[in-house]
Design a protein around this ligand. Structure first.
Ligand SMILES: Nc1ncnc2c1ncn2[C@@H]1O[C@H](COP(=O)(O)OP(=O)(O)OP(=O)(O)O)[C@@H](O)[C@H]1O
Length: 335
């Protein structure tokens, strides 16, 4: 069985996948600092820099084949997404036999928020040292691209409709190297007036729950996307369920005066936003709408979501661990 505590004392060597372009170049610029924190914490590492898109997936497959069972992602949500997909592509071991940790250097860094992992490198490295691990669910998304059905694994949140439209626009800006803290918000507002809601049908566990015009949908394992928006505030990462928020067409001014609810967990206080939960979700749209998964723009509808319960093992903050892992497991860890 995988040890609950896998800190540096276990002597494991960590394969470190660094995305140099994450966070607009922070991956490269800040790696010396991160590397120093890892050295100071006596964490043995083998760092490798990604050279192109999907390289993190290839590196993960190779690392596991070479015997690594501990991987640190130095990147954003997109890099983590690629590594998680690599874990499901490799055939050496079950994905949950590899311990995954993240030092967040991305732009949004939404996945780490759910698990209390700090954006401060020293604290993120400390979490790795403390070795508190947690089994999280993973979503499987089936979507259409170039007339083919494709599958992806997701660790965080997927969005369809307006959400995916914004992510697509944002990724164009990222490619042009335009980075700013408020870029997502600005992109969101500007495109809000341009985007047209579409006719959408949504089924949850075979039950038709929505059949009307829809602005956006978010499906997730975790709570945050879009750089701190809590689109799924009640999502529980290991309950075997997908949370779903459906955003009906809403007037800009109505949303503007309730904008804080998007960040503080009160999203369902906005009456245009509906909540559902289930283990299988199907979304159809006419005309078709795009989908983003973990912040990566992919294909389009129709979409099918399913869930793999407790499918990957991740390093979480000690505070999160103490709140979410049952006492008997904590006792075993301490022992
Ligand atoms: N060497 C590389 N050159 C160009 N792109 C790369 C390279 N390595 C990885 N990528 C791509 O960089 C993209 C962005 O990575 P990532 O999402 O981790 O950072 P981010 O967008 O800044 O963070 P976040 O998703 O948290 O906002 C990913 O789509 C990944 O495929």
């Amino acid at each position: 069985m995988f040890p609950k505590s896998s800190g540096p004392h276990s002597g494991a060597k960590w394969f470190v996948i660094v995305n140099p372009v994450a966070g607009g170049g922070r991956g490269l610029d800040h790696f010396p600092q991160i590397s120093k924190h890892l050295r100071d914490a006596h964490i043995r590492c083998e760092p490798v820099f990604t050279e192109h898109k999907f390289h993190a997936t290839e590196l993960t497959v190779t690392a596991v084949r070479e015997g690594y069972r501990h991987i640190i992602v130095v990147g954003g949500d997109g890099t983590l997404h690629e590594v998680v997909n690599g874990l499901f592509i490799q055939q050496e071991v079950r994905p949950d036999e590899v311990l995954l940790a993240v030092v967040a250097v991305g732009t949004g860094n939404d996945w780490v928020r759910t698990f209390g992992i700090s954006n401060r490198y020293r604290h993120a490295v400390q979490a790795i040292s403390e070795g508190c691990s947690f089994l999280q669910d993973v979503g499987v998304v089936s979507y259409e691209e170039a007339h083919y059905r494709q599958n992806r694994y997701m660790a965080n949140v997927a969005g369809a409709g307006f959400d995916a439209h914004v992510v697509r626009k944002l990724s164009h800006l990222k490619k042009k190297g335009r980075k700013s803290r408020w870029r997502y918000t600005w992109c969101l507002v500007r495109n809000f007036f341009r985007y047209k809601s579409t006719g959408v049908k949504v089924w949850v566990d075979g039950r038709l729950v929505y059949n009307n015009l829809l602005l956006s949908a978010a499906v997730g394992i975790c709570k945050f996307n879009g750089g701190g928006l809590q689109q799924l505030p009640e999502a529980v990462a290991d309950d075997g369920m997908l949370d779903l928020s459906l955003i009906r067409p809403v007037h800009f001014w109505h949303l503007l005066f309730r904008f804080h609810y998007l960040f503080n967990g009160g999203i369902y206080r906005i009456r245009h936003i509906l909540q559902e939960r289930g283990s299988r979700i199907r979304i159809e749209s006419s005309p078709e709408v795009g989908v983003e998964v973990d912040g990566e723009p992919l294909g389009h509808t129709p979409l099918e979501f399913s869930i793999l319960h407790k499918a990957i093992r991740i390093v979480v903050a000690k505070e999160f661990y103490e709140q979410h892992v049952p006492a008997e497991d904590s006792a075993r860890k301490a022992g």
